[in-house]
Design a protein around this ligand. Sequence first.
Ligand code: COA
Length: 179
Amino acid sequence: MNTTTLVLAHTGQLDPAVLAAAHDLLGRVFEGELTDHDWEHCLGGMHALIWDGFELIGHASLIQRRLLHEGRALRTGYVEGVGVRADVRRRGHGAALMTALEQVARDAYEVAALGASDEGADFYAARGWHRWQGPTSALTPAGVVRTAAEDDCIYVLPLSAPLDLHGELTCDWREGDTW
Ligand SMILES: CC(C)(COP(=O)(O)OP(=O)(O)OC[C@H]1O[C@@H](n2cnc3c(N)ncnc32)[C@H](O)[C@@H]1OP(=O)(O)O)[C@@H](O)C(=O)NCCC(=O)NCCS
């Protein structure tokens, strides 16, 4: 019997204990490589959470950012903190998390984007996300800085904004990993 439940809620609606459970899950999913900045990047938007009874087994966030592209500052739904507990992968939980957040993105943003891990790349591509083909950069306090190391791992889900996948894509500034 499938006892899992998917919850969609804004950071401000979640109990601190639930946020702590999500932080803990991502810490284990990313095997100790989740930084404080990585976790902070998951906050301030919508969270999709999958519970198996009282156990949190999946998490993903959709936060708002601005991506600069062809002279526009696109209102962007940016996906962060996608993780499913290792022992319950390949059962559709990751897909359920993304389906919920993609629906929010369709209703609220002009484009959705994310920076994929090696493992995540096939997962997103299988869902119809497109790898960005052009140069990427970040709008930092020191101006626009190329982020060449990220060029191959930025994925977008085209929504209402016209996109040239071979053009330049610049993300807004934040501490930690810019993408
Ligand atoms: C990526 C991740 C969230 C996928 O979660 P999941 O619950 O296993 O995903 P699903 O079962 O919904 O997979 C849906 C489809 O995505 C694709 N997919 C998922 N994981 C994949 C993988 N490791 N390699 C290739 N394709 C994959 C497959 O097409 C899969 O369908 P199938 O199982 O019928 O072949 C999970 O593997 C994870 O937590 N990984 C570690 C953290 C991580 O890398 N997160 C992404 C950060 S950008």
